[in-house]
Design a protein around this ligand. Structure first.
Ligand code: B12
Ligand code: SF4
Length: 446
């Protein structure tokens, strides 16, 4: 069975960049390249088949001379002639992914098209499109393989439990799969990074000359921030991997000196991280580590932060969200803003560069922007990000504000566009957010 797995290109929409002052533009994300771990896991699960992976973020987004996406995908379809095409979805890449399925069906209507990933899990009903044969939500490598086998044997791949399958009347769910699949535990599948060799030079963090990769040590998050997509996918549960399996994976990543922990929230169980870093030290694993850590966690465990820094932690991504207690309460962040300052000091004392991210709501007025600028200016970090509070479909925030959303085009749901009516004129709002990106330490870019 020939299986083509495609990581769609990123959304081209970036309102902040479009209206930012010229001097702020170099600091605003134009690209964000990392490995599609979900697809690599699916590729590993299907290793006994003929699998080809196309990372359009590597192949298309970074190459100004690349052919247009349709021609590019068409070239792969013609030369590989797949029996199946799988695409991974986040909200902002939804329409590009659907286009890929349409091109596949146009190339050969017998190709079985399969959607998976975050948006397929959060909003399977969105995939009611003639080009989509199957939608497989959740951590589903086993269910995907059942569908592959059924297709191979000429059976109906949509009858296996756990899938939404196309029918005359729209997508039909085959019923919950009766299983105890532990994607971070006993059923963990090592992502096969060899599929990315072609684009390895594209995976870089900031100005680093070395390729970077991602690794996850956990899935899910025990917190309940209203705007966050991750906890609803795991019903608020947190699943930790086994330390030795993380060590084995780290030891297989010699090509990648820079490693970002792709956990929603890396330190939930401090004993786990403590023990993991003892093993990292014991094994002599030397990497430049990047990690997402909550600011309240840093304040709670300064000794642990020091130990992580001693063993390679160089950059921390920290969701500050807001410096206003009231806003943080509204987001259900469960951490007081007054700890941000303390967390920054702890990270800086350990030589860790901080990427602090604030979210800007649509109702910010001129005064709010100026208060935000004052705060960020007196709490500078090396990499500061200012993105827009966005109601990602499937989140509790989305449910609470859906009546107020004025833009339903999912390709704008990437935190760089505003989908609500703003208090300031929209262009002024974007320009004000763009201007905030100037408030940071130095000129380094992540
Ligand atoms: C790695 C990662 C990336 C990587 C790679 C993503 C990619 N596909 O190219 C990079 C760096 C490119 C990236 C970029 C972005 N990302 Co990102 N990213 C993540 C991160 C940290 C980890 C995801 C992950 O690897 N999980 C582990 C894997 C194993 O799980 P999984 O992906 O769910 O895959 C499993 C299943 O879903 C399923 N599956 C997945 N794909 C498929 C496909 C098929 C066919 C099948 C059958 C099954 C299947 O099987 C897998 C194995 O069990 C998450 C946050 C998080 N911790 O979850 C954010 C996250 C997914 N990203 C997000 C966003 C918004 C972005 C950006 C838009 C950010 C930005 N503003 O620029 C950009 C988009 C691209 C760009 N601008 O270039 C959001 C998505 C929100 C949403 N509702 O859509 C998240 C949740 C972060 C957040 N805080 O909200 N991201
Ligand atoms: S924003 Fe961070 S801490 Fe909050 S629920 Fe999401 S992953 Fe967890």
């Amino acid at each position: 069975m020939k299986i083509l797995l495609v990581n769609p290109p990123r959304s081209p929409h970036n309102g902040i960049l479009d209206f930012a002052p010229e001097e702020a533009r170099p600091f605003i994300h134009k690209k964000l390249i990392g490995p599609p771990l979900g697809l690599l896991t699916i590729a590993s699960a299907a290793r006994d088949h003929d699998v080809l992976l196309l990372d359009m973020k590597g192949e298309y987004d970074l190459d100004p001379d690349a052919a247009d996406p349709e021609t590019l995908v068409g070239t792969y379809l013609k030369s590989f002639n797949p029996d199946m095409v799988g695409v991974t979805f986040i909200a902002s890449e939804f329409s590009q992914g659907i286009e890929i399925f349409r091109w596949a069906k146009r190339h050969d209507p017998r190709i079985l098209t399969v959607a998976g990933g975050l948006h397929a899990t959060a909003c399977p009903a969105d995939f009611n499109d003639g080009s989509v044969d199957l939608v497989i939500p959740g951590q589903c490598a086993d269910i995907f393989m059942n569908a592959v086998r059924a297709h191979e044997e000429g059976k109906n791949p949509g009858s296996a439990p756990g899938v939404y399958a196309k029918s005359e009347g729209g997508l039909v769910f085959s019923g919950r799969a009766d299983r105890r699949w532990e994607a971070a535990g006993k059923d963990f599948i090592m992502p096969d990074r060899s599929h990315l060799r072609r684009w390895i030079s594209a995976y870089r963090a900031g100005g680093s000359p070395d390729p970077s990769t991602y690794i996850f040590t956990s899935l899910g998050c025990p917190y309940r921030c209203t705007f966050c997509s991750i906890w609803p996918l795991f019903d608020g549960r947190y699943h930790q991997r086994d330390i030795e399996s993380v060590i084995e994976e780290l030891k297989s990543m010699d090509e990648y000196p820079v490693v970002r922990f792709a956990d929603a929230n890396t330190i939930v169980n401090e004993d786990f991280i403590n023990a993991l870093f003892d093993r990292i030290a014991e094994e002599g694993i030397r990497k430049f580590f990047i990690m997402d850590i909550r600011f309240d966690t840093a304040v709670k465990y300064p000794g642990l932060i020091e130990k992580l820094a001693r063993n390679g932690l160089r950059v921390v991504i920290c969701g500050f969200e807001s410096y206003r207690e009231e806003e943080l309460r509204r987001y259900r962040k469960e951490a007081p803003a007054r700890l941000i300052e303390e967390a920054i000091s702890i990270f800086h004392a350990n030589g860790i560069m901080v990427r602090g991210n604030y979210v800007i709501p649509a109702d910010y007025t001129r005064d709010d922007f100026s208060a935000m600028a004052d705060y960020a200016g007196s709490h500078r970090v090396v990499y500061a990000g200012y993105t827009i509070l966005t109601p990602m479909p499937g989140t509790s925030f989305y449910e609470s504000v859906r009546e107020r959303i004025v833009d339903h085009d999912l390709s704008r749901y990437n935190f760089f566009n505003c989908v609500f009516r703003t208090v300031l004129p929209l262009e002024k709002f974007y320009e004000s957010v763009g201007r905030l990106w100037l408030i940071k330490e130095g000129t380094d870019v992540i």
